[in-house]
Design a protein around this ligand. Structure first.
Ligand SMILES: CC(C)(COP(=O)(O)OP(=O)(O)OC[C@H]1O[C@@H](n2cnc3c(N)ncnc32)[C@H](O)[C@@H]1OP(=O)(O)O)[C@@H](O)C(=O)NCCC(=O)NCCS
Length: 168
């Protein structure tokens, strides 16, 4: 994914720490029936000073302790466009809400597919950091329950061969 699509933009020195940093609150993986990993999303704490924290706090009108950052969302290229990314996004967003956290996230300004993906799901841009390379765009999640699929959408909430496992 990194080589083909530039995600993550900079390959981490310690990939395990990147996927599951200390500030992780929860994480979910999507597994095929044969156990193969198809996708992942994490929910992370936000500390003051973290890129985007001031923009998120201003937009959500809350302190950083009340933010939950969705991060490390990715789906294996072969499993895309089946609704899995949406399912992971909604699972983590709903969990953040249950914890009383406002869901936020960061996306690289050059990640056009992800920018459209979030925009179609009611996420709104609230700020950007242009000095980063690529620039970083900061988003806040939709306030209520996830919006219903758009008319004509082909989103499949869950496919029979897939299931979500919460390792926590
Ligand atoms: C962004 C990403 C997670 C989306 O994952 P995904 O599994 O393809 O997401 P979905 O299948 O839920 O939705 C993708 C599109 O496929 C469409 N789709 C969903 N189910 C479908 C189906 N059964 N048939 C055809 N199309 C379908 C959706 O409508 C959606 O298009 P839309 O945004 O215009 O509505 C994935 O592209 C990815 O891993 N990208 C690389 C990593 C990355 O950039 N992560 C984000 C970092 S911020």
């Amino acid at each position: 994914m990194h080589r083909r699509e530039g995600y993550p933009a900079i390959w981490p020195e310690a990939p395990e720490d990147w996927v599951a940093p200390e500030r992780e609150i929860a994480a979910w993986v999507a597994l095929a029936a044969n156990g193969r990993l198809l996708g992942h999303v994490g929910l992370h704490r936000v500390a003051p000073g973290h890129a985007g924290w001031a923009e998120w706090c201003a937009a959500a009108d809350c302190p950083p302790e009340r933010l939950g950052e969705l991060a490390r969302l990715f789906v294996s290229p072969a499993a895309r466009h089946t609704g899995l990314g949406t399912l992971l996004l909604e699972t983590a967003t709903a969990d953040a809400r249950r914890r009383g956290l406002t869901a936020v996230l960061t996306v690289g300004g050059d990640n056009r597919a992800a920018i459209l993906f979030y925009a179609h799901r009611g996420w709104r841009p609230v700020g950007r950091l242009d000095t980063a390379a690529p620039p970083l765009l900061f988003y806040v999640g939709p306030p209520g329950p996830a919006p219903p699929p758009r008319r004509g959408s082909r989103i499949v909430p869950s496919a029979p061969a897939l299931h979500l496992t919460d390792p926590a």
